[in-house]
Design a binder for this molecule. Sequence first.
Ligand code: FES
Ligand code: FES
Length: 187
Amino acid sequence: MANCGDSGRAEPLRLNVNGRDVAVAASRQASLLHLLRNDLGLNGPKYGCGLGQCGACTVHVDGTAARACVIPAHGMAGRRITTLEGLAGQASAAGSLVRACAAPGAGPARDWHPVQAAFEEAQAAQCGYCLNGMVMQAAALLAREPQPSEARIRAELSGNLCRCGTHVEILRAVTLAAQRMAEAPAP
Ligand code: FES
Ligand code: FES
């Protein structure tokens, strides 16, 4: 469980998470993943390897995909952190919001980032444990390269592990997200 625990004396820390400034206390050893999940209740990022090798914990730091399990929380002061929970709101602000209407009786419509919506449309999940990382990695890619080639998508996601072997569906979902974003009306 390298780098993910929170032992030692807690020290105050201010962070910007999903567009909100938050004040927390964490030890100098605490990882960003530990703080997000255990102190802020943001369970989108998952704990997998704890070693920066599987991608399950991926978040965005200043818009770039990063492994939260190996980032010291105290190193994040002044940085802009986005988790899976904040992705939809970010897309809304950019004008590329997707209204995914739930089936009748299944609850209210959900506002999703196009990548999240594409993963559902492509049914790109089995157990779902890797999906946070896949979605966050793909969203960061499409934000800087709106029309990546299949080879580029494969390369970008090569460090995100899926134990269920859903890679073909995940690749299809990211390609679909790029298409949907290209078709979306300009904000
Ligand atoms: S849990 Fe962070 S990379 Fe595996
Ligand atoms: S869907 Fe199970 S690990 Fe990817």
